[in-house]
Write a protein that binds this ligand. Structure first.
Ligand SMILES: [Zn+2]
Length: 240
């Protein structure tokens, strides 16, 4: 294989590799995985929020219950003191005031416990649902992932095959031309090399002037197109 043929082959292989990569990227499972990933991230962030609120609700309920216990204890103490007897009118009035104030606080706590419990239960249900959704999404992700692996088997083995052949083709190209090819490949999105057919380069198709055609035909086999600046192979297909 001449260097020019190796270079053309390298381009052919790279173009096919690009096609394979794009087929792999456009497999329906890829889009599904993206959707699942987005949904999973959304659920995870919702779950973080719910867990935070659930912990707050637990604390608030525990605090209210502790307050309630405290006020009840205090009420029993004041009641016991009052029951002991032998107090002045003023002392009795103080006891009554304390008991009234404690009773109001107890009533307030008791009133809060119902809604707080309901709120906590609601958050616990939301948390459970979010965890179930996350689990379901993880299952779907795993199934889709294995469907993708299964469905892309042939494509992936073709990519491995092409990559090996590319290595072999690259060995037939000088380091200078290989470097020029890599650079041109990025610049021209894959179509970096063209070949003369008569006096017309195969990609840009700008007919060469007789003088430049003469110069190119008598110069190096691998050169640069004077018009589009792609790598130009001056020998024709099948010609040594
Ligand atoms: Zn050209």
């Amino acid at each position: 294989m001449t260097e020019a043929t190796a270079l053309m082959r390298l381009q052919e292989l790279d173009l096919e590799l690009l096609k394979c990569a794009s087929s792999l990227a456009s497999m329906p499972q890829q889009a599904r995985l993206k959707t699942i990933g987005l949904a999973a991230r959304k659920v995870a962030s919702e779950l973080t929020g719910i867990v935070g609120q659930r912990k707050d609700a637990e604390l608030e309920l525990a605090d209210t219950r502790a307050d309630l216990a405290h006020y009840r204890e205090k009420t029993a103490e004041v009641q016991a003191l009052a029951d002991a007897g032998g107090h002045t009118h003023r002392e009795i009035r103080d006891f009554e005031q304390q008991l009234t104030s404690l009773a109001k606080r107890i009533e307030k706590c008791e009133f809060q416990i119902g809604p707080l419990t309901e709120r906590l239960e609601r958050l616990e249900r939301a948390e459970k649902n979010a965890r179930l959704t996350a689990e379901r999404l993880e299952g779907e992700r795993a199934t889709t992932e294995s469907a993708l692996t299964e469905g892309s088997k042939a494509l992936r083995s073709r990519i491995v095959e092409l990559s090996r052949e590319r290595e072999r083709a690259a060995e037939g190209v000088s380091p200078e031309h290989l470097a020029a090819y890599e650079k041109a490949r990025k610049r021209f999105k894959g179509l970096a090399v063209e070949r003369l057919a008569g006096n017309v380069p195969s990609v840009c198709r700008v007919k060469l002037q007789p003088s430049s055609f003469h110069d190119l035909a008598h110069g190096d086999e691998i050169t640069e197109c004077p018009y589009c600046h792609r790598i130009l192979i001056t020998s024709e297909e099948g010609q040594a």
